[in-house]
Design a protein around this ligand. Structure first.
Ligand code: GRF
Length: 220
């Protein structure tokens, strides 16, 4: 069975969606460890509920970013994961870190990249009067939120959407999208190689796959 490590820093609702899919035998993976860069976050409790080993590497206890990353690298190597899954991990990782794990780090971002890299994506989508908004799973490269896109899921923006309603609607998409992409990886349908993405051995579309999730199931 292939192994993942999930890196979190907060609520861990994506982590829970992944652990639930594993528990229900919908996702043939082992989650070897959950690492949080913040102590006492809800995500750690969620991991414990699923009997997944947890580790806190508190970024605030390191004066130097390099030392924080070295501790992280060591903690990850200890469990030799096939993939490193970022799920609300709110630290920017250096190119040195990323080079330790080529083609192995994936992230979920709450916007339809390349739109709205960085923070406050929901507020910015409303301000830009977008018709669509959503979430993206991508390969992590040194440029923030700019790695090759694997897949996206979208919703139609409502007139009365606020950053809060969008956050919860987009999270509902994320909770389906991330396990789906991980399932492709686990089954060997999706391959990450030399910074590019192959699906059943063929290059995927440049913008990744647009997954149409049943909008009825997305609370609005
Ligand atoms: C999600 O919106 C994800 O896209 C972003 O951080 C948030 C994490 O939420 N990277 P959670 O901790 O999984 O609930």
């Amino acid at each position: 069975m292939k192994r993942i490590v999930v890196l979190i820093g907060g609520s861990g609702s994506n982590l829970e969606a992944i652990l639930q899919a594993i528990q229900k035998n919908h996702l043939p993976l082992t989650c070897a460890k959950v690492i949080s860069h913040k102590p006492d976050v809800l995500g750690l409790k969620r991991a414990q509920r699923y009997q997944v080993p947890t580790q806190v590497i508190d970024h605030l206890s390191f004066a130097i970013q390099d030392d924080f990353e070295q501790a992280l690298i060591k903690a990850i190597h200890e469990v030799s994961p096939d993939w490193i899954v970022l799920a609300g991990f709110m630290r920017i990782l250096s190119s040195h870190f990323i080079a330790q794990f080529p083609d192995k780090i994936i992230n979920i971002h709450p916007s339809l990249l390349p739109k709205f890299r960085g923070l406050n994506t929901h507020k910015r989508a409303i301000e830009a009067q977008e018709n669509f908004h959503g979430a993206t799973v991508h390969l992590v490269t040194p440029e923030l939120d700019a790695g090759p896109i694997i897949a996206q899921a979208r919703l139609t923006m409502n007139q009365d959407d606020t950053p809060q309603t969008l956050q919860s609607r987009v999270l509902s998409l994320e909770h389906k999208l991330y396990p789906l992409v991980l399932n492709w990886l686990a089954l060997g349908r999706l391959t990450l190689k030399d910074n590019s993405i192959l699906f059943e051995e063929k290059p995927i579309p440049k913008q990744g796959f647009m997954i149409e999730l049943n909008s009825q199931e997305i609370a609005s």
